[in-house]
Ligand binder design. Structure first.
Ligand SMILES: Nc1ncnc2c1ncn2[C@@H]1O[C@H](COP(=O)(O)OP(=O)(O)O)[C@@H](O)[C@H]1O
Ligand SMILES: CC(=O)OP(=O)(O)O
Ligand SMILES: [Mg+2]
Length: 412
């Protein structure tokens, strides 16, 4: 089967086409036929497009004004030019989507129908940078491939079993019953990385204790025990926890009351302030992109340095608290855009964690290796850089759902 995956992040759009053989062993064989990505994070009104297939890498820029137009421009290269791998769109058997918020109800990969779409829309206010664009992608594919079944794979699902004391907020109990609880996000990535580390260590995941640090534009931590998420830093929405590119992470909730009451900001203004104008961007006044921050820092910019130091400070505290949740940690994992590529960030974080027996091998760290260890032999905890592959994990989930329920195809 051919599965197209759409993964809309807050600063990127990733899309891959996979071939998966129709047999029971398919989880072991998955071939990437085509990959395309869009980086929306540039501030000059342009988006960077990149397509890789047939051994060719194609790069171009597009006007960033209309999201769907840029996505269609990327899709053009699936069937046209040197990067084409399809003659017609009809060759695609299934489409899989990363959907960020699945709420209480959606804890498994799910066939998309009108009911599922309306649930994704209803949860949009809890993931304003994600669920609306996830829905946009689903509707675009409905137009392009009206008869092709689509599957939603939820970022919240992996965290759905975290124990109640980690999930509940210290509010009156009725709020918990009403669904105001910690959901956690980036679950597809945290789970993928945990499984990858178990393979690399040649140990059963069921016996490992891991901390995964997903540091992209959004950032979150997960404490993973025996293959299950038992604690995570994001909560009811992807705004809680670590300081991020443009999101503030955890702040005193009294600040929100103050902004509403004393500065008379509207809820929409507060939403924009905390989601889009804070984090690295807010403190530095320069950018939410870690590449820019480290560049300006090296040139001696004090505010870029303060933004970096604050990011590290919160990350170190977060990792230490995940240590407390787990007791012992076999491996600490860095992943996603920042986690995979910023050696200087990993170095700064690991230096501050030396009191926990963590020891980074600076030489190994320097080159940002992919899917390798970067700890010294003496380190009490293994440290890995893992290239997160949310897209192949989504394709795998689609294939399993399709094979498991081939006699009961989705109802619309
Ligand atoms: N070489 C690099 N050094 C530091 N940070 C990087 C580098 N490459 C990418 N990044 C960071 O990764 C972020 C994007 O991460 P990614 O996981 O792709 O994002 P998203 O959250 O949109 O899925 C960018 O905003 C950028 O800050
Ligand atoms: C949930 C979330 O923050 O996702 P991303 O990092 O892709 O924006
Ligand atoms: Mg992402």
């Amino acid at each position: 089967m051919k599965v197209l995956v759409l993964n809309a992040g807050s600063s990127s759009q990733k899309t891959c086409l996979y071939y998966i053989p129709d047999d029971d062993r398919s989880e072991y064989v998955i071939t990437e036929l085509w990959s395309g990505s869009i980086d929306w994070s540039k501030q000059d009104g342009l988006a960077d497009l990149k397509v890789e297939s047939n051994g060719i890498v194609l790069e171009e820029t597009a006007n960033n004004e209309d999201r769907l137009t840029v996505i269609k421009q990327l899709f053009h290269y699936l069937c046209n030019g040197d990067t084409a791998v399809l003659e017609t769109w009809q060759e695609i058997d299934f489409v899989g989507h990363r959907v960020v918020h699945g709420g209480r109800e959606y804890q498994q990969p799910t066939w998309i129908n009108e009911e599922v779409k309306s649930a994704i829309a209803q949860l949009a206010s809890l993931a304003p940078s994600h669920n609306p664009v996830n829905l946009q992608g689903i509707e675009l594919m409905e137009q392009l491939l009206p008869d092709t079944p689509q599957v939603a794979v939820f970022d919240t699902a992996f965290h759905s079993q975290i124990p109640p004391e980690a999930a509940i907020y210290p509010l009156p109990y009725r709020f918990y019953e009403d669904g105001i609880r910690r959901y956690g996000f980036h679950g597809i990535s945290h789970q993928y990385c945990a499984e990858k580390v178990a393979k690399l260590l040649k140990q059963p995941l069921e016996r490992l204790k891991l901390i995964t640090c997903h540091l992209g534009n959004g950032a979150s931590l997960a404490a993973i025990k025996n293959g299950h998420s038992i604690d995570t830093s994001m909560g009811f929405t992807p705004l809680e926890g670590l300081m991020m590119g443009t999101r503030c992470g955890s702040i005193d909730p009294g600040i929100v009351i103050h902004l509403l009451r004393e500065q008379e900001l509207t809820p929409e203004q507060v939403d924009k302030l905390l989601n889009k104008e804070s984090g690295l961007k807010g403190i530095s006044g320069i950018s939410g992109d870690m590449r820019r921050i480290t560049k300006e820092m090296e040139k001696g910019d004090d505010r870029a340095q303060l933004a970096f130091d604050t990011y590290v400070h919160h990350l170190v505290k977060g990792i230490a608290s995940m240590f407390a949740s787990l007791g012992r940690v076999d491996a600490l994992v860095f992943t996603a855009g920042v986690g995979e590529n910023s050696a200087v960030l990993r170095q700064a974080v690991c230096e501050k964690l030396e009191f926990l027996g963590i020891e980074l091998d600076s030489k190994k760290n320097e080159n940002s290796p992919r899917d390798e260890q970067i700890a010294t032999i003496e380190s009490s905890t293994r440290i890995f850089v893992i290239h997160t592959d949310e897209d192949s994990a989504i394709a795998q989930a689609v294939s399993q759902l399709a094979q498991g329920s081939s006699k009961t195809k989705p109802s619309s």
